[in-house]
Design a protein around this ligand. Sequence first.
Ligand code: AMP
Length: 388
Amino acid sequence: MREKPILPGATIGVLGSGQLGRMFAIAARRMGYRVHTFSPDFDTPTGQVSDLEIAASYDDLDAVRQFARGVDVVTFEFENVPAPTAAAAAEAAPVRPAGSALHTTQHRLREKTFLTAAGLPVTPYAPVYNVDELKAALKIQGYPAILKSADFGYDGKGQCLIDSPESIEAAWVAVGPSPAVLESFVDFEREVSVVAARGVDGSFVHYGVIENDHRNRILDVSLAPARISAKTAGDAVEMARTVLTKLEITGVLCVEFFVARDGSLLINELAPRPHNSGHLTVDACVTSQFEQQLRAVCGLPLGSTELLCPAAMANLLGDLWDQGEPDWAAACASPAVKLHLYGKLSARPGRKMGHLTALGKNVEETVREARISLAGCVGSANENRTRI
Ligand code: AMP
């Protein structure tokens, strides 16, 4: 039986309150939905644009149940929502994607086990539970290698490069003592991602392949379409389809890949939600990844993912504030560049504060525009950090 869609006028609950929730809430409110957000914080990027902001701990399951009773569907904007929180919410409202998908993807070992069982290629790795196992794994895998904590990692956090036996103990202190994964260091040609969505009825759409350039293990610039062969792009999309289907995702999921020099692909990680690399879809696609998430979790037909023109997105990290408030007028100097700021109240190095998207006729031109605008922001227009 076809499920009834959740229509405009209904209320969407968002667990988490960062920029992904903010852009989701903006898309939802534009389509006439109400948005309630739940996180431990107050005056958050999502809360600022929501109808209701609840500040409570994710472990306060009574508060979670009460929150879920007040909405028609619950979704989340980051994958580290604890499993009992998702389960408590599910007692009162549908949770999309389901908590089981969260459970798999919020832990690197579970995620890699799932991917391997699905026949998908992952970076060579070994599970590591103590320093002796780490030493044994390094003997087999060799140097350099990257030690990653199995849970709660993102943007290179909880990770340590090991390039010699001398750095083993320090790496274990930095990343352990929780379970960890030792990955071989991949000498990739480039990094790419596929942002895709699956509807309540199993329908599947994707945004093609997006190319990603990281700096200090944090995404710096994304561009679309990716500069890779049609064969590699097709393979990446088919792998993404397998992931969304096998995880039975309702919503948006991003698959991040390393592309080897021979064009072959390794999956680095999964994010069961809209993704930083998909931010360019807001300005460059018929349907943004956030509207797509909304359509999917509400059981609406999925929207067109067509890329209307080449685009490049550059992240605005907190480091930009080192010399005072960035020069936003300079950032907007090019008429083909769009400015997005997330309303975060304080800037810290590495913190994602906003992004710029440049649109153009070819992808090289958009990357150039985005980088010029980014460089133009540096240097203060105002002395003091003000609220954005
Ligand atoms: P992650 O948080 O695992 O996505 O890692 C952040 C970034 O660190 C990736 O996007 C890569 O640029 C880099 N990185 C992570 N794992 C590896 C690896 N096994 N080999 C080479 N670079 C990596």
